[in-house]
Design a protein around this ligand. Structure first.
Ligand code: EPS
Length: 391
């Protein structure tokens, strides 16, 4: 089974990614990973940290001569900012210098309060360093391997911003094949140029008001066969696995598959995707749906239509206009600390969500088609597709 874990603190040595159960024989170049790490760092609304970091992957195990070995892949994305935080974040010496001051005012909207109580810590930095969304660099690195694997089977993923704060884009009709190109032209990764401009204005205003903004991203995947995942058990359902992968991304508060919440007021006749049979289908999938309100999954299995997922991200919780909190030493009311942060990180979420979807789908492919080598997976895949073409 494909397993993915990360380690690392935001201002520590680096962010580390452990990817186990990945098949042997996939050709991967440094740029296949570094391109997406670079894309994650972009986006209007980011703070000063992204001027310091230039994320690149350092492969520590699991590859030889440009190919995966089938053994655990261990990766590092080193933090340049660690040099500025060495005194405060080093593992052995007592913390001193920048960021070492003990603070007990938990910041609203962060992991600080629950983490300080759960792990019995006075210094919320012992919580926030790991809770930080810097961790998403690991997910993007793992996702880069997974999207490369999906491409071997003709499958791809693309994400884009559909809302920032009050501004909603008109992108319902955009073909998935155009999302990547068009969203790359926008500083907020939005395919609608007018909305893109308005989103940038909204972020500027939020920054001026010492506030922050959240939003919504959509990620789509295409080229999957029907039957990934299974209806037979709760933890094998593809949509459940996708939702878990998405919900575990920092600051995500809502996940929708297909028209999801937007379809809840429809009668069944206006929701369900009718089935047609096309014996001439060039794509090899002769059973198709006339619409895709289900977002590519039914009964916990892929339908063969595009997987469509939307994620709602709450606004960044570190505000330059501090929210009210409590000093945990004195129990007196206090202001949350103000420290360097982003105003809006929704555009980065589009890249992170692509990675999370690629990981969830790669896991389902490996489960369905066997995961020791890419060659074995392809033989099994071809056999399955040949059988489906007879039905
Ligand atoms: C983050 C706070 C900011 C973000 C960071 C996530 O970092 P800093 O405290 O160093 O200014 O920039 O995101 C990243 C570093 C990144 O690479 O995405 C937080 O508190 O979650």
């Amino acid at each position: 089974m494909l397993t993915y874990y990360s380690a690392g603190e935001s201002h520590g040595r680096g962010i580390f990614c452990f990817l186990d159960g990945f098949p042997a024989g996939l050709h991967v170049e440094p740029e296949d990973v570094n391109f997406w790490l670079g894309e994650r760092q972009k986006g209007y609304g980011r703070g000063g940290r992204q001027k310091i970091e230039r994320d690149e992957v350092d492969i520590l195990s699991g590859m030889r001569g440009g190919y995966t070995l089938g053994s655990p892949i261990l990766m590092a994305v080193w933090n340049r900012d660690f040099e500025n935080w060495r005194d405060a974040m080093g593992p052995w010496e007592p913390p001193r210098g920048k960021g070492s001051e003990k603070f007990v005012q938990p910041r609203p909207g962060h992991a600080d309060l629950s983490g300080a109580l759960k792990y019995d810590q006075d210094d919320c930095r012992n919580i926030l360093e790991r809770a930080s969304a810097r961790e998403t660099a690991a997910r993007v690195a793992a996702g880069a391997f997974c999207r490369k694997l999906l491409a071997e089977f003709g499958s791809g993923v693309a994400g884009h911003t559909v809302r920032i704060g009050p501004v909603e884009a008109d992108t319902e009709a955009i073909p998935s094949a155009e999302i990547h190109e068009r969203s790359m032209q926008s500083d907020v990764r939005c395919c609608d140029p007018a909305a893109s401009k308005a989103m940038i204005e909204a972020i500027k205003k939020a920054k001026h008001d010492k506030d922050t903004l959240g939003g919504v991203v959509e990620v789509r995947a295409w080229g999957m066969p029907p039957g990934l995942g299974s209806h037979t058990q709760w933890d094998r359902k593809l949509d459940a696995r996708i939702a878990r992968a998405m919900m575990s991304i920092q600051a995500v508060k809502g996940v929708e598959i297909g028209i999801g919440f937007r379809g809840a007021d429809r009668p069944g006749s206006a929701f369900h995707d009718e089935i047609v049979f096309n014996s001439e289908s060039a794509e090899g999938l002769r059973y198709r749906h006339l619409s895709n309100n289900a977002g590519g999954t039914e009964g916990g299995m892929s339908t063969g239509e595009e997987v469509v997922v939307r994620l709602a991200k709450k606004p960044i919780a570190t505000l330059m206009r501090p929210l009210r909190t409590v000093n945990m030493e004195t129990h007196e009311p206090a202001d949350a600390i103000r420290e360097r942060s982003d105003t809006c990180a929704v555009p980065a979420l589009a890249i992170i969500a692509e990675a999370a979807l690629a990981i969830a789908l790669a896991e389902a492919y490996i489960e369905r088609f066997g995961g020791d080598s890419v060659g074995e997976m392809k033989r099994n895949f071809d056999g399955y597709m040949a059988r489906i073409a007879e039905r």
